[in-house]
Ligand binder design. Structure first.
Ligand code: ZZB
Length: 258
């Protein structure tokens, strides 16, 4: 699987994260949460960044001045893809639990919401991508179901309600909707992230309809078909230094459905 790894720069750490990382990262270094996505063309619609609250992440040194927050597994893959300074070598500055990252404020490249929060999602897999997921509720049914749940039960999840209530803007027009994920969640009567079966079906439809019939409504490639615009948005992000290519060894790919 060829992913796009996006660099979400940390602007303000959650108090727990600040405490855990104190003295472990140079003051003048930039730290990024690095989600792996298959849908770079949807990045205009990011509203938050998900981590698995029970997962352990590492803060890995990418260069003198840049550190990446990803799973150790993700970092090991990156080490063989020219992402770090030495081929095959990872340098870990710290360990941090996903739950300690919740509430951290990050910059989301290209998004209409340039500043978004790190929020918890129990279904994030440690065995896929970087263990960090950028959330696009307009086009990902899983993400729409999760942000809806988080806003409904903010106290239970230990977050501020407004962190999960950022406006969901239309990004891609398809024959059925310009907010495909919310449309499918409603149509398939999905009421929570626990409706795994319907969510899988919704995801399948959203991928196919978005890719083959979608047209971008926003950004520099507005009016172009998703099929054509996807690699262009990706290139633009990479050229700007906001993203890089990340791939997974074929046999290790595990789908979100398990
Ligand atoms: C942003 C995005 C926008 C995504 C969208 C999807 C969609 P999949 O699920 O096998 O098809 N993802 C990445 N890593 C993980 C992980 N460790 N655990 C759980 N989910 C993960 O694989 C790719 C997608 O699953 C990725 O692309 C990411 O969410 C998520 F509009 O990034 B995506 C219809 C889907 N739309």
């Amino acid at each position: 699987q060829e992913y796009t790894a996006l660099k979400l720069k940390v602007l303000d750490w959650a108090p727990k994260a600040a405490e855990v990382l104190k003295g472990k990262i140079p003051e003048d270094a930039s730290v990024f949460l690095v989600p792996a996505t298959l849908r770079p063309e949807t990045m205009y619609g990011q509203t938050c960044c998900f981590v698995g609250p029970a997962l352990t992440y590492g803060v890995f040194k990418a260069s003198e001045k840049e550190y990446f927050v990803v799973t150790e597994r993700g970092a090991k893959n990156m080490a063989y893809q020219g992402v770090f300074e030495k081929e095959g070598v990872i340098e870990k500055a710290a360990d941090i639990k996903g739950s300690d990252l919740v509430g951290t404020l990050v910059n989301a490249p290209l998004s209409f919401h340039p500043q978004v929060r790190v929020l918890p999602m129990d279904t994030v897999l440690a065995t896929k991508g970087t263990g960090v997921v950028t959330s696009v509720p307009s086009d990902s049914p899983d993400d729409f179901a999760m942000v809806t749940e988080l806003a409904k039960k903010a106290d239970f999840y230990g977050i501020k309600k407004e962190w999960a209530e950022l406006e969901v803007f239309p990004i891609i027009q398809t024959p059925t909707s310009d907010l495909l994920a919310p449309y499918l969640v409603k149509k398939l009567k999905i009421s929570s992230p626990k409706d795994t079966k319907q969510l899988l079906e919704a995801k399948d439809i959203a991928y196919k309809e978005g890719f083959y019939q979608g047209v971008l409504k926003v950004g520099d490639f507005k009016g172009e078909k998703v099929e054509a615009a996807k690699p262009k948005v990706r290139e633009q992000l990479i050229k700007a230094g906001d993203a890089f290519a990340y791939s997974e060894p074929e046999n290790k790919v595990v789908s979100r459905s398990g």
